[in-house]
Write a protein that binds this ligand. Sequence first.
Ligand SMILES: [Zn+2]
Length: 169
Amino acid sequence: MERKNLWAPWRVEYIRGLSESSNCFICEIGANSQDDDKNLVLWRSSHCIAILNRFPYNNGHLLIAPLRHIPDLDQATDEELLELFKLVRESQKALSLTIKPHGFNIGMNFGRCAGAGLPNHLHIHLVPRWDGDTNFMNVCSDTGVVSQSLTELLEQLKLISKEHNLPGL
Ligand SMILES: [Zn+2]
């Protein structure tokens, strides 16, 4: 059977608009590798990216996301899913070697009602935890205490990555 194409060139703008979409900071960061240090990018892999969260809940809070602007797991390819979770594994290793957390919260939020600050670009939060880190500051003022600068931590994580060949994908 002959394949027929429907040409709809005006859709290009709409489609471009979707991926450049309304201030998606993950897409911004993904498209500008020359600014990786400034943007606190720890790693890039073929399909994914690991970034230090600029507004961390705790020291070492990483965001791991596919480079493609997709909102849900069911739109991710198997390759993306595999890489995403391998990066979670490797991030845990890197953080354990550098800042020695006692535990981790790893999670995903879908939809604003579930707390997603960026509901249209799938991402995994990796939050290191320490015994007693939920102290009075968090409870009384909703203010987390982060005891290390982001750039210093990024340097440490990169050094550890080099030493231990992370991420091993
Ligand atoms: Zn995006």
